[in-house]
Design a protein around this ligand. Sequence first.
Ligand code: SAM
Length: 276
Amino acid sequence: MADFIKNYSLETALYVVATPIGNLDDITLRAINVLKSVDVIACEDTRNTCILLDKYGIDTKLISYHKFSESKKADLFLEYLGKGNSVALVSDAGTPLISDPGEVLVERVLNSGFRVVPICGACAVTTLLSSIPRRSEDFKFIGFISRNKNQIVDIVKNNKYENLIFYESPLRLLSTLETVAEIFPNKKVAIGRELTKKFEEIKTGNILEIIEYYKANTLKGEIVIMLYADTLSETVDISDKIGKLKTLGLKDKEISKIISALYDVNKNDVYKMCIE
Ligand code: SAM
């Protein structure tokens, strides 16, 4: 055994362990050591987790835990903790509880007075964010987007000033993008497909160009999307309005509230302009 792989002496706790989203090398040493050292691992699909454990020579006991059995299985893992054992929770890929099961277990474990220890690592959202340009730091992640066209329209309209990130199936990607393009034909989009895998592809561009690209190219694999935040309306001279309100003695916070309500622009962006 390589000397950086160790058996940890673990306290009784639930270890929420992130696993790779494709490339099996994307796992931390701490995650490997925790998975090796816990008494039992709760996982979604034992066959899937076995592939990862085999690669790292880990033979810890696996028990399946998925969203349909969360409540019942939570009792079982609480019994393990009650007897002084340590438990790890993994999902099929990435970080548990990020569009993956685990909420019920984490809540029950905390309510029972045990510690929950995060073992951080891969996640499709942060992987995409780390590889595309962004004008602003903030973003909003909404998990899988609705399949309903009207709901998609509402979500996108209500979040037009946010960098809006969501998961989508390759089967629905084109129709979702077309729904968005009907109301926002100038939207800038980023698509992360098969991140960390052999056919990884990261594309950014205008939504209509992206639609044309995916009409002409095979669309398979796992996908994470970001719709870029719209910038402040170009038809209104916001700095002029800020200047006028400042001469009336209004505070920056008040000005940003008023302008955002009047012109349907992002309050924080206006505030930034006020202090600049
Ligand atoms: N817990 C995972 C995480 O931390 O990202 C997400 C689990 S969710 C059930 C699975 C969805 O995440 C996929 O359908 C896809 O939208 C996205 N996803 C997972 N792996 C991905 C990858 N390698 N590239 C792009 N998107 C991915």
